[in-house]
Design a protein around this ligand. Structure first.
Ligand SMILES: N[C@@H](CCC(=O)N[C@@H](CS)C(=O)NCC(=O)O)C(=O)O
Length: 215
């Protein structure tokens, strides 16, 4: 059985680990499953061979025997569901960990993505300066309650889980904005995630791809 995922041939972030293949790499490292990576260019992502794997022409994808799936949340859930290490055995604790995965992707990430898009794509618009604080407020609207809920715990619900993996990955996208530093417990939470050996292996693997000479 070979697991193959796809990743950018050259990530737009230059190897900061923000492309979503890092989340999948991290999950695979946490559960100790070896995997192969097929690198795809932006052009190849929109061609029929890749569209057969990912209807929206994106990365990451995940193949294992006859199974081919896409969507990072579904991939990380599949890994966590099939290999021990990322979800508790207890049914209620498992349901809560899965809840945090969805909360990361559905509730916390959207305003963070909106902020990223505003900063990247809207800087030259006449309404940028007026809109930016509104978008930032929406980010704070998610971070403040998250910070309250986390309190001084290490992880969101007991031991580290796929819920934390996803939440830390989502919060990492805020690092450059400085907003995370306004919530010291969230900044420390993210740092704890980054300090995990599995995260480091995942990060280093994607960095190696992005630092390799263009071929
Ligand atoms: N909801 C998807 C989003 C996937 C996504 O946005 N992938 C980005 C890389 S992180 C991508 O492929 N962007 C290139 C494009 O959309 O053309 C998931 O979570 O997997």
């Amino acid at each position: 059985m070979t697991i193959t995922i796809t990743a950018f041939e050259r990530s737009p972030d230059g190897g900061k680990g923000l492309a979503r293949d890092t989340r999948v790499r991290w999950a695979l490292e946490e559960v100790g499953q070896p995997y192969e990576v097929r690198l795809v260019s932006f052009r190849a992502m929109k061609e029929p061979a890749h569209l057969a794997l990912h209807p929206f022409g994106q990365i990451p994808t995940y193949q294992e025997d006859d199974l081919a799936i896409f969507e990072t949340g579904a991939i990380v859930f599949h890994i966590a569901d099939h290999y021990p290490g990322l979800l508790p055995q207890d049914a209620d604790a498992r349901a809560r960990a899965i809840t945090w995965m969805f909360a990361a992707l559905n509730t916390v990430e959207p305003p963070i993505l909106e902020l990223g898009n505003a900063r990247l794509l809207e800087r030259d618009k006449p309404w940028y300066a007026e809109r930016l604080p509104l978008v930032e407020d929406r980010v704070h609207g998610r971070l403040a309650p998250l910070s309250t809920r986390l309190g001084d715990a290490d992880w969101l619900d007991g031991p580290f889980s796929a819920g934390d993996l996803m939440m830390v990955s989502v919060l990492l996208r805020l690092r450059a904005s400085g907003i995370l530093d306004e919530y010291p417990n969230l900044a420390a939470y993210v740092a704890r995630g980054e300090a995990r050996p599995a995260y480091k292996r995942a990060f280093d693997a994607q960095l190696a791809v992005n630092k390799a000479p263009a071929g």
